[in-house]
Ligand binder design. Sequence first.
Ligand code: F3S
Length: 301
Amino acid sequence: FMEVILAKKAGFCFGVERAVNAAFSEADKAKKENKPIYTFGPIIHNQIVVDDLKAHGADMISSVDELDKIPPSRIIIRSHGVGKDVYECITKNRHEIIDTTCPFVSNIHKIAHDTTESGADLIIIGDASHPEVIGIKGWCTKMPFIINDVSDIDELPDFKGDVTVVSQTTFNSKKFNNLVEFLQKKYYNIRVCNTICNATAERQEETKKLSSEVDVMVVIGDPSSSNTKKLYEISRQQCENTYYVQTLNDLDLTVIESASRVGITAGASTPKKIIKEVHDSMSETNEFEKLLQEEEDFSIR
Ligand code: F3S
């Protein structure tokens, strides 16, 4: 019979869980007080959670991009944080801050600030357009250098003083180590702070292991989630029958019919509710098949 194995690290990491829980309890308050509240950008990259949150707060909670266009309100800062300028803008517009920045990200903000404040240069390894990287950049008192690829290293100047390297928390650790190796060859005065969050690495490791042990692998996440895409790629390398679904509706259950072991993992922004739905549906299929088999066995007898 089919065995369904759910990855232990599937779904929300500690930081996202904390931010989403805070947003839901703030939404409750907003509903009770009948006073709108805002998240600065969608709380996470998952439309289902965003819609659920809105419904939970009876439309009293919504996402905002421009803080000076709304009356003084409560503003929730997401887990991947923002730059200093955003805090200043919130204060200037007399908003109240509900800060759910992940402590691991706040730590990078501190390194970014202290490094540049001391006159040293900062290299951020990450995606320049990602809000987390924009936030880190926003704590530098001197323009940092953002690299994502080995070819970007050629563009870097000949640093005269000390240089500190940090990473976007969700950056691929293998790629990070490779880039650091190149940087160390080019510069001698480098201090490396590996700020990659373990939650990502652990989820990726577990996905790699699990996908090499199953016949079918199901990866659950929003189509726009880059960390879910990454899990899909990792899994696909080990298991050809890897499927990327957003919800149970996208899953064609016939693909698992002939499998004896199915693995499930999910990106960092995938809520438990959806993971559970997918898991339960497979287990139900399993149960149903068990029943059919028992009936068959019975009729043979
Ligand atoms: Fe924080 Fe790591 Fe999640 S940095 S938001 S716990 S991926």
